[in-house]
Design a protein around this ligand. Structure first.
Ligand code: BDR
Ligand code: CA
Length: 325
């Protein structure tokens, strides 16, 4: 029987690949997609999600619009600001890793559902007959709010697979990854809610980064989804080359790895049970801190350190290559 999942996205280039991968996989039953702010304003992440779901011919999947900012973080005027870099201009064009609109999608008549994402989580999970796996790949605000309103919903959560955090890697501050940095309080609530938690951090996603050979392979698969994904990966590589130097010529497609890990855990090749705490203040805000004392606190999660790039690509080609995808 297909595994019931809810995706929570801030679409976003790699979110887009994640959504298409999930839609293409018959072993997943997508109950809903919730949107949140993060890569872009929530209005934009919602439109991007709706347009992509329609383009995939999956209008039957309900989309719930979620939170527009963090639970607490941005209320503090003394907080450390987002460390954005100067605009990256190449050949007179400003490059971005997440365009405001995913390129090449048609406008859609599909609308978000009438209730918001937080209310959806509370209503659905209170009454669910079957446990559901949650795959949040943006800031954790929707779930943090829902778990604050109705902590008992944890009973109907099979597992929470979070794309976020990092042990040896960071991306938006010297020690934090974007999804956790944006809403560390929500991440703390989610990480300690009592459900099984699997982290897909930057360590794992960067170990399976895709390059221009992979872009070519995805294009050759030849479906709408594979070609669209190839375009998103290419855009990310172009941006990262310009922003961080031409040397690496690849990009981590973070959110899609989280979806693949739900489908087939063996895509992760190094996973450890450990205790992770989350920094809340100052330069430590959003840091995922692994308890490395000789006598650490009890494990509260599994944390993935490495993934198989080969298996990841194999899965992307399979699920993005489905006829209707
Ligand atoms: C995460 O942040 C977002 O920019 C991406 O979509 C991904 O979820 C990577 O740090
Ligand atoms: Ca994301």
């Amino acid at each position: 029987m297909a595994k019931k999942v809810i995706l929570d996205v801030d679409t976003g280039s790699d979110d887009a690949v994640a959504i298409m991968t999930a839609i293409g996989c018959e072993d997943l039953d997508i109950v809903a997609i919730c949107t949140v702010w993060g890569n872009l304003e929530v209005e934009d992440t919602t439109i991007n999600t709706l347009e992509l779901v329609s383009a995939m011919g999956a209008d039957d999947i309900p989309v719930y619009k979620g939170c527009s900012t963090a639970m607490v973080k941005y209320l503090d005027p003394t907080g450390i600001p987002f460390m954005s870099h100067a605009p990256i201009i190449k050949d007179g064009k400003e490059l971005s890793i997440h365009s405001k609109r995913l390129g090449g999608l048609k406008p859609t008549d599909k609308k978000p559902e009438d209730i918001d994402a937080v209310s959806f989580y509370v209503n659905y999970l209170k009454n669910a007959k079957e446990k559901v796996t949650l795959i949040p790949v943006g800031p954790l605000t929707n779930l943090g709010e829902a778990l604050s309103i109705a902590p008992e919903i944890v009973e109907n959560i099979e597992e929470i697979v979070i794309m976020g955090g990092g042990d040896s890697l960071a991306n938006v501050s010297p020690c934090a990854e974007a999804n956790i940095w944006h809403d560390p309080e929500a991440a703390t609530i989610v990480a300690n809610c009592g459900a099984s938690v699997l982290w897909i951090p930057l360590d794992a996603t960067h170990s399976a980064a895709l390059d221009m050979e992979d872009v070519k392979t995805l294009k050759e698969v030849g479906t709408f989804a594979s070609k669209f994904a190839a375009g998103q990966v290419e855009q990310r590589i172009e941006f990262e080359n310009a922003a961080y130097g031409e040397g690496k010529n690849d990009s981590a497609i973070h959110d899609a790895l989280a979806v693949c890990a739900v489908i087939d855990r063996s895509v992760l090749t190094e996973v450890e049970k450990c205790n992770v705490k989350i920094g809340l203040f100052g330069f430590g805000a959003g840091e995922t801190i692994i308890d490395r004392r000789r006598s650490p606190d009890e494990p509260n999660c599994e944390f993935a350190f490495k993934a198989s790039k080969e298996r990841f690509m194999e899965m992307l080609c399979e699920y993005l290559g489905k006829e209707n995808a």
